[in-house]
Ligand binder design. Structure first.
Ligand code: SAH
Length: 450
């Protein structure tokens, strides 16, 4: 299982979806060399684009295609890339164009630009029709590694705008791979200052003391909604206590695999522990104690679902010059308010926020933060489904329009870890995405009528 998971992780890190990685392992076997698995996925993608039957792909790994067929597939892939203007070289960031069902994610995942990377990073092919330019500006977020076709559908529903994929590990000490579709300008962005720490030890120097040299992690993986329990950390402690110093390769591998998966830290001799909720608030860009007051399970859950504040703030920073008098915000799926915290940290005044969030615990966190930091008007609505187009039009009239419609709809049926319920965009929770589109369209038409 470990070998399989490791191969899946490596493939996912290379930019393939978990589905593709799984299918390649089914086709080639878990012993297949990584390069064979990569070839198999590439063959499968090309076959998909050439409308080859599934059977032809399932027939074996890339190597089992005849030499001529393989050459033809490679040729087709090259041609396709040429049409799209994509280089397709792994060490050079590139993006497939919007019409592609398999929207390729750039590697490294640095979006259209980032503060510490020199321009131009990614060939930006996004075109925004005049009628879709702001205001209203909009900003939509979801997990980058969604099942095949999901981002193409999202992009089609959001005016065919090219998504911007960013992994927060390029901005802070923890990974969080997300895709963003927005109609904001991408020039003259500015990062939040001070810049957050980029490594685990910069963020938490005290963990150096017990960190073994064979644990070479410098950054955390994505901080998830669930955390490791005492059973697991106890088991790791016992394995280490009865091991040699340093432990054998296999024990090291066992420990490191779990440390990576659950973002465990070294807090004593042979002693690993999960991060505390406030240690998660920090790299995600929230103020200390932002989620305090909730039970730990709710704190981990809401933080696991939240925006990465510094990434979002980098993208939203362009609003600052455009709206010196502040903004009216329609915030869909507000959660604990990652978008609003980002605006606040940018020094952008929120005159009004109409916030739509169903979870009572998250609402409480957001309302408490709002009352402590803001003077504008907060209107709360529970369920996106209950926000009608007429009500949206009334808000547009009352507030003179929305400057920003921001939100990231639930990823429950898209994210890699929810294997059993990963039904894609039409899954029970993720289907709520369509309400984002509906409500944004209602704002646009009401503002156009004005
Ligand atoms: N961007 C947010 C988190 C978004 S996660 C942040 O920074 O915290 C998706 C959110 O959608 C969750 O908080 C979830 O409670 C909320 N949600 C789920 N179903 C909903 C519904 N029907 N109406 C409104 N919000 C909903």
């Amino acid at each position: 299982m470990f070998e399989k998971d490791e191969k899946i992780n490596s493939l996912v890190d290379m930019g393939f979806s978990e589905d593709e990685a799984n299918m390649a392992i089914i086709r080639c076997g878990v012993d297949g060399d990584l390069s064979v698995l990569v070839d198999s996925i590439s063959a499968s993608r090309v076959a998909g684009n050439l409308n080859l039957s599934n059977h032809q792909v399932m027939g074996g790994c890339f190597d089992s295609f005849g030499g001529r067929k393989k050459a033809r597939l490679v040729e087709e892939r090259k041609k396709k890339r040429k049409r799209c203007g994509c280089t397709g070289q792994s060490n050079q960031p590139s993006l497939d164009c919007n019409h592609d069902e398999d929207m390729l994610i750039p590697n490294p995942m640095v979006g259209f630009n980032l503060p510490n990377y020199s321009l131009p990073l990614v060939r930006v092919t996004r075109r925004i029709l005049e009628q879709d330019m702001g205001p209203p500006y909009f900003y939509y977020e979801n997990v980058a590694r969604a099942p095949t076709g999901v981002w193409a559908t999202i992009s089609r529903s959001l005016y065919d705008i090219q998504p911007e994929f960013v992994d927060s590990k390029h901005l802070c000490a923890t990974a969080r791979k997300r895709g963003y579709i927005h109609n904001l300008p991408i020039e003259n962005r500015a990062p939040l200052l001070p810049s957050p720490p980029m490594t685990i030890f910069e963020a938490f120097p005290r963990y150096k003391k017990w960190w073994p040299s064979w644990d070479q992690r410098t950054q955390f993986n994505c901080l998830l909604t669930g955390v490791a329990g005492p059973k697991l950390t106890g088991k790791i402690g016992r394995a280490l206590a009865s091991a040699d110093t340093p432990p054998s390769q296999s024990i090291q591998k066992y420990v490191i695999d779990h440390c990576k998966r659950y973002n465990l830290v070294w807090v004593g001799k042979n002693k690993v522990a999960k991060l505390e909720p406030q240690e998660i608030e920090y790299p995600l860009g929230f103020p200390k104690d932002h989620t305090r007051g909730l039970g730990d399970t709710n704190r981990y859950k809401s933080l696991g679902n939240s925006f990465h504040v510094d990434t979002v703030a980098y993208h939203l920073s362009v609003l600052k010059g455009m709206f010196p008098n502040g903004v009216n915000v329609l915030s869909l799926f507000t959660g604990i308010g990652g978008g609003e915290v980002a605006l606040h940290r940018l020094g952008i005044n929120m005159r009004t926020v109409v916030s739509v969030e169903i979870d009572k615990a998250s609402k409480r966190i957001f309302r408490d933060w709002w009352n402590q930091t803001q003077t504008g008007t907060l209107i709360e609505i529970d369920d996106v489904k209950s926000l009608t187009d007429d009500q949206v039009a009334t808000y547009v009239t009352t507030f003179g329009g929305f400057d920003l419609v921001i939100g990231g709809s639930p990823c429950n049926n898209l994210a890699g870890c929810n294997r059993s319920s990963r039904h894609g965009l039409e899954g029970k929770q993720s289907v709520l995405f369509h309400h984002y589109v509906r409500i944004l369209n209602a704002v646009k038409s009401a503002m156009a009528r004005k």
